[in-house]
Ligand binder design. Structure first.
Ligand code: HEM
Length: 405
């Protein structure tokens, strides 16, 4: 790499690169990981943050609070013009540092504990069964995304939060705009504003009348006593609503497609209940649907993997390739539902590690085997090269997946 006097580089490759295979990260990332695992890349705006590709180094970055998640800090590597233009006055705690981040996250921990999520399992199972019943009754082919993958986590997060599912067309459309790196800037700014306004209405209703749901508890326990504002509660709701359905929906559809490509692994998921939790972890690792890297900016000089990252420099901690690091996983490109241990970084690491991971796990653990059992002859109706993959979306997956059985 050629360093210039101002510290930028002349040969920083463009990031993100284009995938050659829809199930694997771009080959260039594996080459970078092998040859120069921490190096500068060029983003859409010409900025040249550091790309960190090794499993151990990604963990280091994500667990060191000298790397800020605050996307308003100069040097923070923005994902796209749309993302960087978003409203800045109601940030969510995913983009805050401690102690502010912890202040908000703490209010939600009991809502997402193993115990709280275990209590949701019967509702999740019932929702899965209802959706599969409806799918069985529909004419074939069926788009798995619209019939199952998207409604399942949307229904679950709606019930948990207290958001009426009847409004799903409204919030799914805005959520889609929010995470599309190609969205027009004005639309990308309007989408979270619309969602915040909508959620503020739901919180206000719950300030007046207690409701037994997450937004209701936020309203009564934190907004009414004056600990947080209505807008802050709405911003927390927005993060949960978007993170709560986009990620899991894409894991369901893309994970199903992978299983259908590997019938022997699909058989294990269908027939062996004990293999299911491991299979879910393996699909999370392999697919790393949050594929554009975790973004941070150094607030002090920090050494990572022998490279000094200076205060003010951006970092893209690329979980998608760290989860294929041969130093951390044997045969990292193979799908192996029995892989153990499997210390993947699909839910991130450190203080921002996914708050909803127990919920996501239960949804996936219920969804995959139920789908495969209900439709033992499930098959994809379209050649792989005609499936639209979500390369430009912040959450990777498929836009649609026509299936028959
Ligand atoms: C954070 C992935 C499901 C809520 C994260 C992060 C990742 C992630 C990688 C870390 C972000 C960072 O470090 O910058 C996933 C995946 C999911 C999933 C792959 C599904 C398969 C969910 C669900 C919810 C949720 C179901 C909520 C209902 C959150 C929240 C954060 C987060 C609130 C921010 C945590 C914080 O900043 O303290 N998720 N997530 N996620 N996720 Fe998830």
């Amino acid at each position: 790499m050629t360093a210039t006097v101002d510290g930028t580089t002349q040969d920083a490759p463009h990031y993100p690169m284009t995938r050659q295979c829809p199930f694997d990260p771009p080959r260039e990332l594996a080459a970078i990981q092998a040859d120069e695992p921490i190096r500068r890349v060029t983003l859409w705006d010409g900025s040249t943050p550091w790309l960190v590709t090794r499993h151990a180094d990604v963990r280091t970055v994500l667990s060191d609070q000298r790397f800020s998640a605050d996307n308003l800090t100069p040097g923070y590597p923005a994902t796209s013009p749309a993302v960087s233009a978003r409203r800045k006055n109601a940030p969510s705690f995913i983009a805050m540092d401690d102690p502010r981040h912890a202040f908000f996250r703490r209010m939600l921990i009991s809502e997402f504990s193993v115990k709280a999520i275990r209590a949701l399992r019967p509702m999740i199972t019932e929702t899965v069964d209802e959706l599969l019943d409806a799918m069985a009754g529909a004419g074939q082919p069926v788009d798995l995304v619209q019939a199952f993958a998207l409604p399942l986590p949307s229904l679950v997060i709606c019930r948990q939060l207290g958001v009426p599912y009847a409004d799903h067309a409204f919030f799914q459309a805005r959520s889609h705009t929010l995470i599309d790196t190609r969205s027009a800037v004005d639309e990308a700014v309007a989408a979270p504003d619309d969602l915040l306004h909508y959620l503020e209405g739901l919180v206000a209703e719950r300030e007046r009348t207690p409701h037994d749901d997450l937004l209701g508890r936020l309203a009564q326990n934190h907004v009414v006593p004056g600990e947080i504002t209505r807008e802050q509660a709405a911003s927390m709701g927005l993060l949960l609503l978007v993170a709560g359905h986009e990620t899991t929906a894409n894991m369901i559809a893309l994970g199903t497609l992978v299983l259908l490509q590997h019938p022997e692994q699909a058989d294990r998921v269908r027939d062996d209940a004990e293999a299911v939790p491991g299979a879910v972890e393996e699909l999370l690792r392999l697919l790393t649907v949050t594929h554009l890297g975790r973004r941070r900016v150094a607030v002090e000089d920090v050494e990572v993997g022998g490279v000094t990252i200076r205060a003010g420099e951006g970092v893209v901690a690329a979980g998608e390739i760290a989860n294929r690091d041969p130093q951390a996983f044997a045969d990292p490109d193979e799908v192996d539902v029995d892989r153990s241990p499997n210390h993947h970084l699909a839910f991130g690491h450190g203080v921002h590690q996914c708050l909803g991971q127990q919920l996501a796990r239960v949804e996936l653990q219920v969804a995959y085997p139920a789908l495969l059992r209900r439709f033992p002859g499930l098959r994809v109706d379209t050649p792989l090269d005609e499936i639209a993959f979500r390369d430009a979306m912040v959450v990777y997956g498929v836009h649609a997946l026509p299936v028959e059985w």
